[in-house]
Design a protein around this ligand. Structure first.
Ligand code: 5GP
Length: 196
């Protein structure tokens, strides 16, 4: 790794959050960010289309496949993966900028990406968000009306393999009642990172 890629700049300042699509990761993380300004959310690049209300540079950097593949070639990602029908990748520049601003950076990424990040940053804190059941997960995915039937089926299939990996994470939290989950996740982060 070149100096620019050196992972040491992240030591102890990285939180990785995974869980099946529809488990509530984004909602939990948004509440955490409002609760504690020491955290900052990494904005990934993706080739999927923005959902209604999503904004470029806020939710993701939206790029086309050609642009994403050039970014891979140029070494712009800490990790990247194909999930469902789209590419997603964690940007070195975005994470570095937040770390340099003194923040603890939160990555909300799927399990393969999390595995890769844990290899590069062994002292990151990893958290897996479990849905209360697969039935509730399916219901939540359908209720948000953002994916078509084919994509929902793909996501439910991926969810089964993701849940099997939960024991690879430092912390596993079930998201049943949102407010309690947020408190629980926040307390566990404070304890593990020795923050007051
Ligand atoms: P969504 O399309 O629902 O926004 O995201 C689909 C999945 O991709 C989610 O599990 C989300 O956490 C994950 N994801 C988002 N950004 C990244 C990334 O940069 N890298 C990886 N590996 N997964 C990501």
């Amino acid at each position: 790794m070149s100096d620019d890629n050196n992972c040491c700049f992240c030591n102890g300042r990285l939180i990785v959050i995974s869980g099946p699509s529809g488990a509530g990761k984004d909602t939990i993380v948004n509440s955490l960010l409002l609760k504690d300004e020491r955290f900052s959310l990494s904005v990934s690049a993706t080739t999927r289309a923005p959902r209604p209300g999503e904004k470029d540079g806020v939710n993701y950097y939206y790029v086309n496949v050609g642009e994403f593949e050039k970014m891979i070639k140029d070494g712009e990602f800490i990790e990247y993966t194909k999930y469902g029908s789209s590419y997603y990748g964690t940007l070195k520049s975005d994470v570095k900028k937040r770390i340099n601003n003194g923040k603890i950076v939160v990555l909300v990424i799927e399990v393969q990406g999390a595995e890769n990040v844990r290899k590069i940053f062994p002292d990151c804190l990893s958290i897996f968000i479990m849905p209360p059941s697969f039935e509730i997960l399916e219901q939540r995915l359908r209720d948000r009306c953002s994916e078509n039937e084919d994509e929902i089926k793909k996501r439910l299939k991926i969810a089964k393999t993701e849940v099997e990996k939960r024991f690879e994470y430092d912390i596993v939290v079930e998201n049943d009642i949102l407010d309690e989950t947020v408190k629980n996740v926040h307390n566990k982060i404070l304890e593990k990172l020795d923050l007051t």
